[in-house]
Design a protein around this ligand. Structure first.
Ligand code: HPA
Ligand code: ZN
Length: 339
């Protein structure tokens, strides 16, 4: 074992490090227990009759399998209070993992299509984020467009967001990747950039390297979500490394969605070795089996990550965040104190 007396010692080292989480879909933090409680509170009928039955349904063979269940699950979220409760629960889990900064995705189209007011979605999430500030957790909120829907629908969503832009820091692109390349959304992302928003996109999770090129060249992303398949193209790796772009990697998500066949085959170390700024994140922790520390520990065990590699991942989570450098500095100093 590289520099650790035991797996337990490595897990304790990981748990103690300050970390940022940069790839987290708030709707993907909806635990079955809360799904049940909200279904009751809101009078929503679920397709499952117990928490155990919900958990048993979480077997996926690809991204679409997961998304079908994810959109069903979010149907219990109806009120501002629901979005507050969901976000507050995630923030308690994050705090327990020593996560000090979060950059959270939300999928407004998954809610407004069901008649939920945009203001209730963003308001509930933002209220919980604001409260967490007082407990030392900083945050940014990122609105995602669902790529299986049209660009016109993304434009309408950006219109709806306009009165709330003081709460929204960036826009991302998620949902079914294959068949929905970034260039489908060129115009709406150009408008978002013009509004001063940061630009992100899921790319190279299931989609080919060409989709990552498009995220860079057409959308002008500030960060790449996943990016696994970028490793298939050396010129692309050089470009991402040269631009200093961060990849938000999600090991347990990759495992559950069969992006990798097992964690020992995970490309995380290859990314670091290629000079890519990789980070470790939980994506949809209620569905994929763990929050940030569980992701770190699982991949560190499978790849036998060293102390230096783990520290690099924790540092990348802050340097790849949208925090100002002066706000990153205390976290980086705290990590250095663990080195
Ligand atoms: N990929 C794409 N879309 C998503 C994901 C993901 O892992 N999670 C929630 N929406
Ligand atoms: Zn994601």
């Amino acid at each position: 074992m590289t520099g650790f007396a035991s797996p337990a010692a490595r897990a304790a080292f990981i748990a103690a490090l300050p970390k940022a989480e940069l790839h987290l879909h708030i709707e993907g933090s909806l635990e079955p227990e809360m799904m049940f409680a909200l279904a009751q509170r809101n009078g929503v009928r679920l397709a499952f009759d117990s928490v155990e039955a919900i958990r048993a349904a979480y077997e996926f063979s690809n991204l679409q399998d997961f998304l079908d269940i994810y959109y069903q699950g979010m149907a219990v979220l109806l009120t501002e209070q629901d979005f507050y409760d969901l976000t507050a629960a995630y923030l308690r889990r994050a705090a327990a993992d020593n996560v000090r900064h979060v950059e959270i995705f939300f999928d407004p189209q998954g809610h407004t299509a069901r008649g939920v007011a945009f203001a209730d979605v963003v308001g509930g999430i933002a209220r919980a984020l604001d409260e967490a500030k007082g407990r030392g957790i900083s945050s940014r909120l990122i609105m995602c467009f669902l790529r299986h829907l049209s660009e016109a629908e993304a434009e309408a969503t950006l219109d709806e967001a306009l009165p709330h832009l003081h709460l929204i820091h960036g826009v991302g692109l998620d949902s079914s990747e294959l068949g929905h390349p970034p260039e489908k959304f060129a115009r709406v992302f150009a408008r978002a950039r013009g509004l001063g928003l940061k630009i992100l996109a899921h790319a190279g999770e299931e989609g080919p390297p060409d989709y990552v090129w498009q995220a860079l060249d057409v959308l002008g992303v500030d960060r790449i979500d996943h990016g696994n398949r970028a490793l298939e193209d050396d010129a692309l790796v050089q470009r991402i490394a040269g631009d200093g772009l961060t990849l938000t990697v999600c090991p347990l998500s990759n495992l559950k969605l069969c992006v990798v066949k097992d964690l020992a085959a995970h490309p995380l170390r290859a990314m670091l070795n290629a000079g890519l700024k990789a980070t470790v994140n939980s994506d949809d922790p209620a569905y994929f089996g763990g929050y940030v520390n569980a992701n770190f520990i699982a991949v560190a065990d499978a790849l036998d990550l060293s102390r230096d590699e783990i520290i690099a991942l924790a540092r990348n989570s802050f340097t790849g965040s949208f925090l100002a450098p002066e706000d990153q500095a205390p976290h980086l100093a705290a990590i250095a104190a663990h080195g």
